[in-house]
Design a protein around this ligand. Structure first.
Ligand code: 4AD
Ligand code: MG
Length: 482
């Protein structure tokens, strides 16, 4: 049975006979085979006594090939590794043509992230993406661990649904029609009102409303699933298909919600710091290296690990939207007319404003609360006692340095009459959300929750600056084939 390289390196049994299987990263001087099997960022070095070895086999040991190697684990003579394998036998399981490998990301040299994206099917074979996807796994595990420890239930919410939870209309339609056989309306357009065996449906934009149904009976639930937004924003922080984590808690108000968010995000940072040291070290060095080539103003002030430690050990700043507007209007960039967008009570904050607050004013994560009602979703709870024309809601956005909005959440409107009025204000027919309104009819309770953009969190803990580099299969027009 094979031993994983991670096990060999972390608990080496010198003089043991071992079998490893993996992929050749490099073969130097006809003597040193660097093998990686994905269990760790580190390769193991297998040393061949080539003068006494079958030349025909060694010819087939090339970068990218898969091999099974047996030999003895010995202390390493060379620098850089504690142990290495003295090879007895090499079996080439699958060859890799060197001429073809040379054109791929497997060629051991520095490749641009753009080039790696073009070869999304092979980038798993690189150190960077090995590290990123191992950490992505760890973050997902940390999330389940956190909620399990806190007594939450993992609730699977639908992917195909008739609900537009966010009311933003950014939905992918799902249809069971054959393209040539779809019913058309009077204007000659495809009539989507009947497309799912007689009902209109789309891919989910959020599992929140369904999570609320669960929370108002099970107490505390969370969803963690794929989410779809048909928004045409070609940015480094948006995907058409991303993963969202949405806890929902009965009896919580906005303050409880903020406490939960903060504790949860700190747990993830601590988990990664404790459990992903090698991958984190690798990515930190990679980032520091890349920073050297950048103008001073664009470099990271803190290293990757220091940023995670900072979040884990410092309270987030909590300010209201109204206060944020005041701060922004008194800021230097505002006075010097450096902001592109106007800052006025009643307009949404743009990313330039969010970045100023997080990266310049507070230099830490910031939670902004109590936004104007009209540009937030219909389900957010109306704050009481607002000035005429200045209705706010118990909303919260968590902004992270280098990322921007990482979490959006709120206390929910639990009062049936107010919620019905909000449906009317947002043009949501009550017959579309009757099942949601029912929770407010039967034993309604205050409750609150939030949504974490999973990929944005993975960006934060890996230091990757493009969201396409933290998801194994980003959905972009160039990358929808597999
Ligand atoms: O702010 P959003 O739209 O909130 C909701 O969907 C609520 N239902 C959440 C809740 O209260 N249960 O999205 C939540 C988070 C954002 O803060 C962002 O991190 C991420 O999801 N997000 C995206 N991530 C990648 N690509 C996109 N297109 C995203 N849109 C939102
Ligand atoms: Mg949001």
């Amino acid at each position: 049975k094979r031993t994983k390289i991670a096990t060999l390196l972390s608990a080496p049994e010198v003089n043991a006979e071992v079998l490893i299987k993996g992929w050749v990263r490099a073969f130097r001087s006809n003597r040193f085979i660097q093998v990686n099997d994905g269990s760790t960022i580190n390769n193991i070095q297998a040393v061949v006594d080539f003068e006494n070895f079958d030349e025909a086999i060694l010819k087939r040991v090339t970068t990218g090939a898969s091999v099974a190697i047996t030999g003895t684990l010995v202390e390493s003579q060379g620098a850089g590794q504690a142990v290495e394998i003295q090879v007895k036998e090499v079996e080439v399981l699958g060859e890799a043509n060197p001429d073809e490998v040379q054109k791929t990301v497997m060629q051991p040299k520095k490749h641009s992230l753009e080039f790696l994206r073009e070869q999304a099917h092979l980038r798993f074979r690189t150190n960077t993406f090995g590290a990123v996807f191992r950490i992505r796994h760890a973050v997902s595990f940390a999330i389940h661990q956190y909620f399990n420890n806190e007594g939450f239930y993992y609730l699977h919410t639908p992917i195909i649904t008739g609900s537009d939870a966010e009311g933003a209309g950014e939905m992918f339609k799902v249809t069971t029609f054959e393209p040539n056989n779809a019913p058309v309306n009077e204007a000659g357009e495809v009539d989507y009102t009947e497309d799912f065996f007689g009902k209109p449906v789309n891919l989910t934009v959020s599992g929140q409303l369904e999570a609320e149904l669960g929370a108002t009976a099970l107490g505390q639930v969370y969803t963690f699933g794929p989410t779809f937004r048909a928004e045409n924003s070609n940015t480094s922080r948006h995907l058409a298909e991303f993963w969202m984590v949405e806890p929902e808690v009965a009896f919580n108000d906005l303050n409880d919600n903020m406490d939960l968010t903060e504790d949860f995000l700190k747990h993830i940072c601590n988990y990664v710091l404790t459990n992903c040291a090698d991958d984190l070290d690798f990515l930190a060095k990679r980032e520091a290296e890349a920073d050297k080539a950048k103008p001073a103003a664009e470099r990271n002030e803190l290293g990757l690990k220091e940023r995670l430690e900072f979040v884990a050990n410092n309270d987030f700043e909590r300010i209201t939207y109204t206060r944020a507007i005041e701060i922004l209007r008194n800021s230097k960039p505002y006075k010097k007319k450096k902001f592109k967008y106007e800052v006025e009570w009643g307009t949404d904050l743009q990313s330039e404003h969010e970045r100023f607050l997080v990266e310049k004013e507070f230099k830490k994560p910031v939670i902004i609360t109590d936004y104007p009602a009209y540009f937030k979703a219909f389900y957010m709870r109306n704050n009481d006692g607002c000035e005429e024309g200045k209705q706010t809601v118990a909303a919260m956005d968590v902004l992270f340095p280098g990322i921007g909005e990482i979490v959006g959440g709120s206390q929910r409107e639990e009062r049936l009459d107010v919620l019905k009025q909000k449906c009317a204000d947002f043009n949501i027919p009550e017959e579309h959300v009757w099942w949601y309104l029912d929770t407010r009819k039967f034993g309604t309770v205050p409750h609150a929750g939030f949504g974490l953009g999973f990929e944005r969190m993975v960006m934060f803990v890996t230091g990757m600056s493009n969201i396409r580099d933290v998801i194994p299969f980003p959905r972009t027009p160039q990358n929808a084939e597999f």
